[in-house]
Design a binder for this molecule. Structure first.
Ligand code: SF4
Length: 723
């Protein structure tokens, strides 16, 4: 069209962890389309349908583009000034009358993809004097971090499989063909896995479901939440048959006797009732793993969200160590951030564990956050520190934490509920204010949280490719605005505020300035011109990103491990105690089946269900084994009733032998009733987390993880459909 300015701008996707390169076509300030970036050195022209569908989120007529204030049962638009002024006044009053701990903040998964959001939020909570920070981590990954704390003395050291060099990849409870990798950043991960097999190696997937990844490679079906027993039995066979790498063990670990004793008590013949895996399969797998030229053991949410998620994550790494595959080419390796973040986190005490305890339940903090499952009780349990104000950013906890019904009821007891989001959803429909956030295309970024998880060391900086639509603002700006109005100053990340004061007349501290500082002073930085290295300027010149090395460096274990003796600890008392608890739990015959979750290629947790192209022809179902369906009177395509000790939902049944007998698989993030998203709200489905419990007794002990995998359930026809 005449006079129309069309431009192509390079950026990267921030929906999930490969962070694939994208090219945005922008016409007169509006996004026209997104396409994969063929010049991105790692994703090389790949992007999945979700990344491309971000165009629909960006241009969604349902997006909130002005601040909204509650009036009765609905919202009215207000100016930023009015919204921030009122929020600031109310927050100031709450802080004065009830103190810092009465203020809580929940931030959802997309928050982890925005360095500025996470950074400013930390500063805000510190300035408010509140320990009550909650994240999606307790429904996702905190058990992995705690396992790292116990093994390596640092929560932030998470090994990644050396995909490009490994000969044997053992995957437990992960489906990278659909998730595209989690706690690992490896664009085109499908190609990586295929290449392992092509070069004569193996990929073995342990999962209760014949997932897309299991189907493409080798599958070992396991009972839901049977991973701890299986991993102990693999270790049992390795030790019993003398297959361990004694040289690596004598170099790298302490506490081997404790691990040996735990494994000795779990021969595969005795655990097969728990795992559903025949002893001969376990023995063969252990031998193959131990004798492979190189091997990496990797697990994710399926492994993290059971009753013993920390123990399972610990045992995954224990297998890497015992087979001599930790910190060696082709094994499980430790990436490092060019910002030197791990060292900064350790030095400034940001990677804390159990530094504080939650008021309800006494759970340890993990990276300064408490279990999100406790939020409802933190709002309703009387006493000092009861939550009276809650901020929610980039999240929909009513849909994502256990017992969303309890949280919905609790939210109405708050004096102030403020949400920063793209949409009106199931949580913020109850808010006093909904403040419009920018999309990731409307902000600059660098993948700070993922830098050490790239299997090929990599860094990329992107400018915003669009100016914010409507009146949307970046989260950090909104947090800054609220803090100023509430008198929480200086609140920029605490220690850096001091720096700002020392430097005096320097321009205001902004996230991007801090980012540049961290880059330039980091291990690969240019030290302000003293050497060739990274700076924002240098990254701006290379918009498709920079590969920093061909492979992750190995032989770094002594730098990575923070325990005083620099050895991996294999017998922490927390783990010994959890193994002792393993057999405490007995099955209730009233709930004979087990619930698991699953990832879908066209969903991303709870927030992409308003994209027409992603939702076409889809519905939310419960995948049930045909034999279980026959036994419980459930028919294909017909509604079935799934009940747990904590709640009941109804969904159409999808009969498939991809799930093992006794397993029902239901994806999370569905069942929207928020009223703000036309497609999502009409998509139907159920909130599967209504089947899970927020009772502190039911949370995983060491990390406070929600128990979302292996939940005992009962199955039957939907009400009114009794056979
Ligand atoms: S795989 Fe993840 S990062 Fe890549 S395009 Fe899809 S959603 Fe985006």
């Amino acid at each position: 069209m005449e006079g129309m300015a069309t431009e192509e701008r390079t950026t990267y996707c921030r929906i999930c962890e490969p962070l694939c390169g994208l090219v945005a076509t922008v016409e007169d300030g509006r996004l026209v389309r997104l396409r994969p970036d063929g010049e991105h050195p790692l994703s090389r022209g790949f992007a999945c349908p979700r990344g491309i569908a971000m165009t629909e989120v960006q241009n969604d007529p349902d997006r909130v583009l002005r601040p909204l204030r509650r009036v009765g049962r609905s919202f009215e638009p207000v100016s930023w000034d009015e919204a921030l002024g009122d929020i600031g006044r109310r927050l100031r009053r709450i802080l004065r009358d009830h103190g810092g701990p009465s203020v809580g903040w929940y931030f959802g998964n997309p928050g982890a993809f925005s360095y500025s959001h996470a950074l400013w939020l930390q500063g805000f909570m510190t300035a408010a004097g509140s320990p009550n920070l909650f994240t999606a981590g307790s429904q996702d990954i905190n058990s992995r971090f705690v396992a790292s704390h116990l093994l390596y003395g640092s929560l932030t050291r998470v090994p990644v499989p050396d995909l490009a060099r490994t000969e044997f990849l053992l995957i437990v409870g992960a489906n990278p063909l659909v998730s595209h990798g989690s706690a690992v950043s490896a664009p085109r991960i499908k190609d990586h896995l295929r290449a392992i097999v092509r070069r004569g190696g193996r990929v073995v997937v342990v999962d209760p479901r014949r997932s897309e990844t299991a189907r493409a490679f080798e599958h070992v079906p396991v009972r839901p939440d049977g991973d701890a027993w299986l991993l102990l039995s693999l270790l049992h066979v390795i030790f019993a048959e003398g297959l361990e790498d004694t040289a690596a063990l004598s170099r790298q670990v302490r506490g081997l006797a404790g691990l040996r004793a735990m494994a000795a008590a779990h021969p595969p013949e005795e655990t097969s009732a728990r795992t559903g895996v025949p002893a001969r399969t376990v023995r063969a797998l252990a031998r193959d793993l131990a004798s492979a030229g190189s091997a990496a053991v990797y697990g994710r949410t399926g492994a993290c969200l059971g009753r013993h998620g920390t123990l399972v994550s610990f045992l995954l790494d224990a297998l890497n160590v015992v087979t001599g595959n930790l910190d060696r080419p082709g094994g499980a390796v430790f990436g490092s951030s060019p910002l030197g973040l791990e060292r900064l986190a350790d030095r400034f005490g940001l990677a804390s564990y159990a530094k504080r305890r939650s008021r309800v339940g006494g759970f340890p903090d993990v990276l300064g956050t408490f279990p999100a499952a406790l939020m409802a009780k933190e709002i309703t349990t009387p006493g000092r520190g009861r939550l009276r104000a809650l901020f929610v950013s980039a999240g929909d906890p009513v849909v994502s934490v256990p017992d969303g019904g309890e949280l919905t009821a609790a939210l109405s007891r708050l004096d102030l509920l403020v949400s920063i989001d793209l949409y009106v959803n199931d949580t913020n429909r109850l808010a006093d204010y909904v403040l419009p956030a920018t999309t990731f295309l409307e902000r600059e970024d660098l993948p700070v949280a993922s830098l050490s998880l790239f299997t090929t060391p990599f860094v990329q900086f992107t400018e915003p490719v669009l100016a914010p639509y409507g009146e949307a603002r970046q989260e950090w700006q909104i947090i800054d605005g609220i803090a100023r109005r509430a008198g929480l100053l200086p609140f920029v990340p605490h220690r850096l505020a001091l720096l700002g004061r020392v430097l005096g007349r320097v321009p205001p501290v902004t996230p991007v300035r801090l980012l540049d500082l961290a880059l330039r002073l980091g291990p690969r930085g240019d030290l302000f011109g003293l050497r060739r290295g990274l700076s924002l300027r240098s990254l701006r010149r290379r918009p498709h990103g920079v590969v920093l090395a061909g492979h992750v460096r190995t032989g770094v274990l002594r730098e990575v491990v923070r325990h005083r003796d620099r050895r991996v600890r294999l017998d922490p008392p927390e783990i010994l105690a959890d193994v002792a608890r393993l057999d405490e739990h007995t099955d209730d015959p009233a709930y004979p089946l087990r619930l698991i979750g699953l990832r879908e290629a066209r969903s991303q947790n709870s927030w992409m269900h308003n994209c027409a192209t992603l939702m076409r022809g889809r519905r939310h179902t419960a995948r049930v084994h045909p034999a279980d369906a026959a036994e419980h009177g459930v028919e294909d395509g017909r509604p079935c009733r799934i009940a747990s000790p904590y709640g009941t939902i109804e969904l159409p049944a999808e009969l498939t032998d991809e799930v093992t007998r006794g397993t029902v698989a239901i994806p999370h993030g569905w069942g929207h009733r928020g009223g703000g998203r036309r497609i999502a709200d009409r998509a139907g489905g159920a909130n599967v987390n209504l089947l899970t419990s927020s009772d502190p007794e039911q949370l995983e002990t060491l990390a406070g993880m929600a128990h979302l995998n292996g939940v005992p359930i009962h199955l039957g026809p939907a009400a009114g459909r009794a056979p």
